[in-house]
Write a protein that binds this ligand. Sequence first.
Ligand SMILES: Cc1cc2nc3c(=O)[nH]c(=O)nc-3n(C[C@H](O)[C@H](O)[C@H](O)COP(=O)(O)OP(=O)(O)OC[C@H]3O[C@@H](n4cnc5c(N)ncnc54)[C@H](O)[C@@H]3O)c2cc1C
Length: 289
Amino acid sequence: MKIIDMYRSNQPVLSLEIFPPRPDYPLETIFTTVEQLTRLHPGFISVTYGAGGSNRDRTVEIAARIKKDYKIESLAHLTCVCHTRQEISDILDSLQQENIQNIMALRGDIPENDPSFNINQQEYRYAFELINDARGKADFGIAAAAHPEGHPECRKLSEDLANLKHKVDCGVDFLITQLFFDNRIYYDFADRAIAKGISCPIIPGIMPVLNAKQIKRIIYLCGASIPSRLLNLVDRYESIPSDMEKAGIEYASRQVEELLDEGVPGIHLYTMNKPDQITQIVNNVGIGR
Ligand SMILES: Cc1cc2nc3c(=O)[nH]c(=O)nc-3n(C[C@H](O)[C@H](O)[C@H](O)COP(=O)(O)OP(=O)(O)OC[C@H]3O[C@@H](n4cnc5c(N)ncnc54)[C@H](O)[C@@H]3O)c2cc1C
């Protein structure tokens, strides 16, 4: 089934993002998490892809088993930077062979600690090139990333939005946003996207903050701004991990609740492979098919 068809119903769609276990961990460990997450009745589960291809086979295999063994639609992430066109073509072939109909087409981050890396020498420089190739290859459902606070590499929000519009016009069915902690950021972004002519569903991506260390990493990785209300929680609870976790679950639940009240088409939860905490959020807000 194409995921875009789920967003045509009147019910908000719950989607859950997981990541494959590290290559030195048994693959099976992820299916304990999947098992727990399926009890939340998600519309689909998305599986991230290690940039540079470190988890390439695992992403495909996990996405395939979610469909086959759990009868839940899966969304396989795929990044194109550092891949050749031939490699991407091979991966798209294996996705098709596994009957995976939906992909999240991404560029991927520029490799760190490699001063010789030159994006202009890459066969793929942007996600839209992957979208063009996937569209040319087969009838995939295609999702892509949106960055409500602007992608860290792009200095002007207006340019980033123009690039997003171009990407969507290449054949994107729906967008999933980078995480954010203040819903006004999402509402402003959705308004600007609509004004720019982007008419596909824009699904808010929510990540609960479960420990203080995570905040620093989030700022470093995607530059999301942290509202003072959240910073105050971290200040108050960082030395008591169980209270910090409770406060983070509560904060994310209120964010999701408010978004649902505003009528968003779905909620995408970055689960961080933590099914217990995600279950609490889902139970708090009562979303799921
Ligand atoms: C929901 C979600 C899921 C993700 N999953 C993964 C994952 O599984 N694995 C992983 O490694 N990473 C993942 N990422 C991170 C993502 O790979 C990075 O944010 C990456 O740096 C950008 O990817 P993109 O697809 O948004 O790139 P693009 O859309 O290509 O944009 C990248 C930059 O290029 C600019 N740009 C785009 N098009 C043009 C153009 N035509 N001309 C000039 N500039 C242009 C944009 O403004 C932006 O600054 C995810 C991000 C999100 C939001």
